[in-house]
Design a protein around this ligand. Sequence first.
Ligand code: GSH
Length: 207
Amino acid sequence: MILVGQYDSPYARRVAVSLMVLGIPYEHDTRSVFGDFDSMRKTNPLGRIPSLVLDDGTVLIDSAAILDWIDESVGPERALLPRSGLARREALQRIALACGAVDKIGGGRNYESLIRPARYRWPEWIARTTTQGLGAVQAMNALDWPEGPLDEAGITAGCALDYIRVTAPELMPDGRYPVLDALWQRLTARPEFQATGFSDYAVPRGE
Ligand SMILES: N[C@@H](CCC(=O)N[C@@H](CS)C(=O)NCC(=O)O)C(=O)O
C-alpha cells in the first residue's frame, strides 16, 4: 500500500505513525499537496492529503476513514481506537480537539498568514482561528494523558502538538501548557514519531 502525503501534514503523519505502531509496511509518496496539485487531484479529487492507495488500487481518502479501515483490518484486539463505550467517546473527544486545533491553527491561521498573499490577509480571521485553535489546546492541557501503549488519541495529539510547535512556535512556548509539554516530549521520543519527524514547513509563502 502507498501512503500519499508528506509528514508536515499531521493528518498524513497520524496515518503513518498508526501504520508503524501496527507494523504494517507501506510505501511513501511524498508529492506535495501544493507543488503537485494537478497530480494530487488525480489521486484524490479534493486535492488533499492523506490518501492511502491499497494493493488492489482502491484509494481511501481522509485520515479518519483511513484509520477506520486500518482498525477494521487489524481487528478489535489490535485496533487503535476503543470499540465502544466511554473509552471510545473519550478518545474521539481527544481526537476532535487535536484535529480541531490543527484545522484552526493550520488550515485557518497558518494558511491565512503564510500562504495567502499579504495584501489579501484578514487579521480578524487570523485572530479568530488562533483563538479557536488555542481553545482546543487549552482544553487538551486540562486533560490527563496517562502513559501506556500508543493509541489513536495519543498518536493524533502527538502529531497535532508537533505540528503546532514547529509551524507556530510562538503559540506554544515552553511552560505555557505544561501537561502538553510533557506529553509532546514523551510522544515525540517514540521511534514512530522520530521516523516521521519534520522540521521544515514546506508550503509556498504568500507575497
Ligand atoms: N479531514 C481531512 C483533513 C486533511 C487536510 O486538511 N489536509 C491538508 C494537509 S494537513 C491539505 O491537504 N491541505 C490542502 C488543501 O486542503 O488544500 C483528513 O483528516 O484527512
